[in-house]
Design a protein around this ligand. Structure first.
Ligand SMILES: [Zn+2]
Length: 58
């Protein structure tokens, strides 16, 4: 597994997600922010990918 850096800060990424075929890392803090921002998202499957990755890690 490749260690990634968070897309939004300098922390090591806890999860990596693929968005528009670009893989980005997210630390736990920014993952939570992304999840909160998904309330109006029409891409529920994408949200599920976040959650799956998150639960796998923890
Ligand atoms: Zn971060």
């Amino acid at each position: 597994m490749i260690l990634m850096q968070c897309h939004y800060c300098d922390s090591n990424a806890d999860v990596s997600i693929e968005k528009n075929r670009i893989r980005v890392g997210l630390c736990e803090e920014h993952l939570q922010e992304q999840l909160e921002g998904f309330e109006e998202a029409d891409s529920l499957s994408e949200l599920q990918q976040y959650v799956d990755a998150y639960e796998t890690k923890t």
